[in-house]
Each structure stands twice: as C-alpha cells, then as structure tokens.
Design a protein around this ligand. Structure first.
Ligand SMILES: NC(=O)c1ccc[n+]([C@@H]2O[C@H](COP(=O)([O-])OP(=O)(O)OC[C@H]3O[C@@H](n4cnc5c(N)ncnc54)[C@H](O)[C@@H]3O)[C@@H](O)[C@H]2O)c1
Length: 315
C-alpha cells in the first residue's frame, strides 16, 4: 500500500511511519518542519519505499500533487499545542481546520477515500461524565478543541458526500520516545536548568490520563484493521490517571534528584482550555482487542530517559 503521513516528522507521526515502513509499505511524509525533526525519520533515508516532502499543507496545489497515486492518508499534521492557540487566534483555524480541508480536497482530487485522523481529548472541554465516552456531547473550552472537532465534522461530511471512510482518534496526552512538547518535556527542561526547584503550572492536583506512543499507534492500527464503518471514532487513553504532582515525582526520581521544591502557580486550571480531570472511556477500542500495555509511570520514566539521551530536542 502507498500511504501519506502528514506530520510524519512529528512525535506521533514518526512512530506511525516506523510501523508502516516495518510492514513494507511505501510511505510519503509531508511535513513543513514547524515542530517536526528530520532526525525522527532519518533511519529511513535511502530506503526506496520512503520519501520526505518538505512543504506546508496550506499549499493546496502541492498537496494535490503529493497525494497523486496514494492509497490512504494518516493525517497527523496540526498545531498540537493547546496553549499556543491563545497567542494567535488564527493558528488553530489555519493549521488545523484549513489544513485538514486541504487534505480532504487533495484526497478527493486523487480518488483517495481512506483517512486516519488524530483528534484529541481536548474536544471534550470540561466534561461531567467520567470516564468520558465518545458519545458525550461537549462544550468547547479552547480554540484547539474547537478546531479539532471542526476537523472531525469536515471529515464526516466528506464521508457522506464523497464516500470517504474515516478512522478518527481522540487521545489523551501521549508520551514516550521522541516526546517533544508537553508536561514531561517541560519538567525535564526546568529541572535541567535548576535541579533544586521546579515551577508547576496550576496547583498540582489536576488529574490526567496519559498513554504511551506505542499503545497509541497500536490503537490506530487495530481500529484500521478491525473497524469497517463509514466513520469510526475511538478514544485512546489509559485505564489510570495521575495527579500532576505525582507525575512530577516520577520525573525527579528518574532524573536521580531528591528534595526538589515544587513552586505552584496556583489555580485548578493551568491555562485556558486546561481540564482538571481527563479520563476517557476506552471500552470501544478495547472491544476490538486493543489494550494499553504501558503504565503511566513507565511511560513517564521512558520519556525522561529518552529526553535526557537526546538533548537536541531542546535546542
Ligand atoms: N502529543 C499529544 O499528546 C497529542 C494529544 C492529542 C492529540 N494530538 C494530535 O496528534 C497529532 C500529532 O501530535 P504530535 O504530538 O506528534 O505533534 P508534533 O508537533 O510533534 O507533530 C506535528 C507535525 O506536523 C507538522 N506540521 C504542522 N503543521 C504543518 C503544516 N501546515 N504542513 C506540514 N506539516 C505540518 C509539524 O512540523 C510536526 O512534524 C496532532 O494532530 C495533535 O493535535 C497529540
């Protein structure tokens, strides 16, 4: 099969690329390197089944050209930073909604009908049902969440209008090898600068579920293989959640630090769109035989080890 992976030089996208390459598929990555790293896919350089196209998905003619002759699209490219959307109100609209529309248009132009899309738990805003199922009707609390649920809606509309088939995944925070942004990345950065004290955004009591990138990728492939509806929507997460304070203790312990003083900025929400509790109902995907195998503690510890061994992600 010939696959496009948008955002394939990013954290999760590069793991999707590894999986597809290991299965012997032909893979074309489209990435503008805004947050991606060429190092994440450099192991495939020189392989005739691998191609990297560096351009911005906002350029529709180029997207149409790159998608020619492909069988399916893994669409991961996006602004993945919830907080960043507040610095520029057009960021989520352009990088998420318009880019996704371009991806869909390029698929239509090239008779490609299968799309796998990375949505997010952020679309649930601040739910009042836990664990939160896919059927929950949310209110939006961030531009990021609003943009992702808009993407889902456009994808569904293309399924209806043009016979597309979609697999969409709403996932909790993903961590693991190549984790380039988010809470553990920030903690390690702060502790490298000052191993005696660390600022924690919020009051440290927010409770979140985290999932290892290997489990996340396994979820994509399980659903792609086993779910055959027109629109296949799944949560991806873990069976457990932890307080941010606890997560911080895993990080300091893995770094071999003792008696680190935590300084809390205060408040139950760290930023606009932050949710004090994230725990998704993952029963729908589990029913297909998928299971998160890596605990949150092990996920965080593996993330820390990788970050310490690969300091270039902080440059
Ligand atoms: N990491 C998480 O915890 C998490 C949680 C929920 C959802 N998601 C979603 O999963 C997807 C992947 O997230 P990630 O953590 O790997 O992010 P990432 O920032 O590491 O990867 C995104 C990739 O897309 C590329 N990109 C962005 N805009 C582009 C554009 N206009 N044209 C071409 N390339 C572009 C970036 O350069 C980067 O390589 C995103 O859609 C994100 O919203 C991530």
């Amino acid at each position: 099969m010939k696959y496009i992976v948008t955002g394939g030089c990013g954290f999760i996208g590069s793991h999707i690329v590894d999986r597809l390459m290991s299965q012997g598929h032909n893979v074309t990555v489209v990435d503008n390197m805004s947050t991606g790293f060429p190092e994440y896919v450099s192991q495939h350089n020189g392989n005739p089944n691998f191609k990297l196209e560096k351009f911005d998905l906002k350029d529709l003619p180029r997207v149409k050209e790159a998608f020619s002759g492909q069988d399916a699209v893994f669409h991961l490219a996006a602004n993945a930073d919830v907080r960043g959307g507040l610095d520029d109100n057009f960021r989520d609209l352009e990088r998420n909604v318009l880019v996704t529309h371009n991806v869909l248009e390029a698929m239509r132009a090239n008779d490609i009908s299968k799309i796998l899309f990375s949505s997010t738990a952020a679309i649930y805003g601040e739910p009042d049902v836990f664990p939160t199922p896919e059927t929950y009707h949310p209110s939006q609390t961030s531009f990021y969440g609003a943009s992702k649920i808009s993407c889902e809606a456009f994808i569904e509309s293309f399924c209806e209008a043009y016979g597309f088939q979609a697999w969409m995944f709403r996932f909790v925070s993903i961590q693991g090898e190549r984790h380039p942004h988010g809470v553990t990345y920030d903690f390690v950065k702060k502790l490298k600068a000052n191993p005696r004290e660390m600022e924690i955004i919020g009051d440290g009591t927010s409770r979140k579920s985290y999932c290892h990138v290997d489990d996340c990728v396994e979820g994509f492939f399980t659903a792609f293989e086993k779910a055959s509806g027109k629109v296949n929507l799944f949560n991806i997460g873990n069976t457990e959640h932890v307080e941010v304070k606890k997560l911080a203790s895993y990080v300091t312990d893995e770094m071999g630090l003792e008696d680190v003083e935590y300084k809390f900025t205060g408040g139950t929400r760290g930023w606009v769109g932050d949710s004090p509790l994230v725990q998704l109902d993952i029963g729908k995907l589990r029913a297909l035989g998928w299971e998160p195998k890596i605990s949150i503690e092990e996920t965080v510890r593996r993330t820390v080890r990788w970050l310490l061994a690969n300091p270039y992600v902080y440059d």
